[in-house]
Design a binder for this molecule. Structure first.
Ligand code: DGY
Length: 321
């Protein structure tokens, strides 16, 4: 009998596969920057025992019915809103994600986005390249302070906690809302728990770290933005689906809130014709929260470890249910 086959839906560095090659045969989509076409994925997966995929793959009921012989699907992301986990569970296909290994890197990016948006760093940099800097003046490119301001973290999971630690280091007051209270983090950071409404009303920086589920879709909408301070800055480093983007566009354009920093969008990728990209008070990034070389390698290793364990009839390290 041949070795079990693992299909990988994007080209990844082959040296990362070396430690597993004695036990598995790898098949991989040949491109790094283009998702595997659906027809090819459906064909390739017919022979596979395990699969590593990205958030660009829609692992829906139709796919899971087609690939019901798969034993494990490892998603190279902590979020797994691209996967119909319920159907996968019913078909006894194990689903895994990549928590922990990306926490600090994603928190670094979230805080970078907060600082960049508050201090208008992108606009300021363009000022030079567009030859606009004629003279120094008192309020030229003046932004908002970060120190001593209130951060409102919506979604106090692992990444929320790591953002909270950075906020504490910057001397911010920390408010948070989460499905359940986290007394450990309240003690560690001096964070204050509040209702969703209280936190978004009080915070100078509202930071979304909510996972995308049926219950969180469009959490940030016209009514929500209207409750924030006119000086509020909204940061989203979780999933675009938690924001009503038309409502955010209107809120930024009509100065209902001051600015937004976004790493994620409802339908990715976006380009310069996206309405939010036309606004001077929006800082937009192409979903790079966990994008450091070290973290991306750790995410791939965790996926491969999870697949390897399941195919060796061991418990996966980071299953999702
Ligand atoms: C995730 O892990 O869910 C990110 O969005 C990609 O790293």
């Amino acid at each position: 009998m041949g070795k079990p086959i693992i299909y990988i839906t994007r080209q990844i560095p082959t040296q990362l596969l070396e430690p597993y090659k004695a036990h598995f045969q790898f098949e991989m989509w040949e491109k790094e920057d283009t998702p595997v076409p659906e027809a090819i994925l459906y064909e390739e997966v017919k022979r596979a025992d395990g699969m590593m995929c990205l958030l660009t793959e829609k692992i829906d009921k139709a796919f899971l019915e087609h690939a019901s012989h798969l034993k494990v699907i490892a998603n190279m992301a902590v979020g797994y809103d691209n996967i119909d986990v319920k159907t996968a569970n019913a078909k006894e296909i194990t689903i895994t994600n990549t928590p922990d290994v990306l926490t600090e890197t994603t928190a670094d990016l979230t805080f970078t986005l907060l600082l960049t948006t508050a201090r208008r760093i992108i606009e300021a940099s363009h000022y030079i390249y567009e030859d606009k800097w004629d003279v120094w003046s008192p309020f030229m490119l003046a932004g908002s302070d970060v120190h001593a301001k209130k951060i409102g973290i919506i979604g106090m999971g692992r990444i929320g906690e790591a953002v909270g630690r950075r906020a504490k280091g910057f001397g911010m007051e920390i408010l948070y809302h989460n499905r359940s209270r986290n007394e450990r983090i309240e003690n560690e950071l001096g964070a204050t728990y509040g209702s969703f409404e209280d936190v978004i009303k009080e915070a100078d920086f509202v930071v979304s770290l909510l996972p995308l589920t049926a219950g969180t879709e469009d959490t940030f909408n016209e009514a929500t933005f209207a409750q924030m301070k006119p000086s509020a800055i909204f940061i989203n480093a979780s999933r675009g689906g938690v924001v009503d983007e038309q409502a955010l566009y209107e809120a930024l354009k009509n100065q209902v809130i001051r600015a937004a920093g976004l790493d994620v969008f409802k339908k990715e990728p976006i380009d310069s014709t996206h309405p939010l990209a036309t606004l001077p008070n929006a800082v937009l990034l192409p979903h790079i929260g966990s994008a450091s070389v070290q973290t991306r390698e750790r995410m791939i290793q965790l996926c491969l470890d999870n697949i390897s364990r399941v195919l060796h009839a061991e418990a996966p390290l980071t299953p999702v249910k």
